[in-house]
Design a protein around this ligand. Sequence first.
Ligand code: AMP
Length: 304
Amino acid sequence: MKLVTVGTVAFDTIETPYGKAERVVGGAATYISIAASYFTKELGLVSVVGDDFPNEELKYMQKRGINLDGLQIKEGEKSFFWAGRYHNNMNSRDTLDTQLNVLADFKPKLPTSYRNAKYLMLGNLTPEIQAKVIGQMKSKPKLIVMDTMNFWMDIAMPALKKTIKKVDVLTINDEEARQLSGEYSLVNAAKAIHKMGPKVLVIKKGEHGALLFYNGKMFYAPAMPLAQVYDPTGAGDTFAGGFIGYLVKANSTTFENMKRAVIYGSTLASFCVEEFSIARLKRLKQSEVNKRVKEFEKLTKFTM
Ligand code: AMP
């Protein structure tokens, strides 16, 4: 196994200015793994669902090459549930409901075949569980990428900081970077966050792209300007999946490859937002990914 991802596999109810989708498939690990499956087929997922989670959705993930030996299915219990409502600008949202359900007493158990993976992706879920997964790795991964959100900053900051200390790359959005660091300027926030442990920081700015901070070097990638954004849910996770997926494929963590990884992350995320839930990703072809990466190249290239 080259890549192991831990995170939620969930049901979401989403309201955007374009409509409402009730109890659709979501979850950080779902989006991350689907995105990463465009780069490697040696990937495993660590999570938990209740027996209410549709089998056909799990089959779809397996068809994409995602190994589900690390996914626990709890009889008689309910899957993690999240509900959110986007504001008119689609760049910010309110969480209306978070029901941990099976996640409340989840004890991750990594299958033996996962424990030597070189790349570990800690998707959004409790920081204690993220730390437990690091602890179960047999050898130190070449790269640990961690994603998190304001929810855990609000209720579990000390545990969150402990986990952050152990990771190489942190991916969060601009508001979360400000909350975590107490700094308004993102440059100063990055400096403060580097001191907390991660050598690399990716700050996601929704429709305004993403910033990469790497050993004092900086890179900025815009988001692909799109005619229609229907549902931004999972964009951050899809970004993270494309980002780490590309690094797994390149098997390199240099600045140059991280820059490309940011572009691939942005590319995958640009598809995710075009429809509700994972609908667009489900029919996304490799050729469409390759084509949009070329469009990104054109979008950002200029000569002096
Ligand atoms: P994103 O839009 O990339 O921030 O991710 C949205 C996804 O994260 C949704 O599909 C939710 O199921 C999941 N999610 C929402 N809140 C949490 C939480 N507190 N912990 C873990 N996953 C969450």
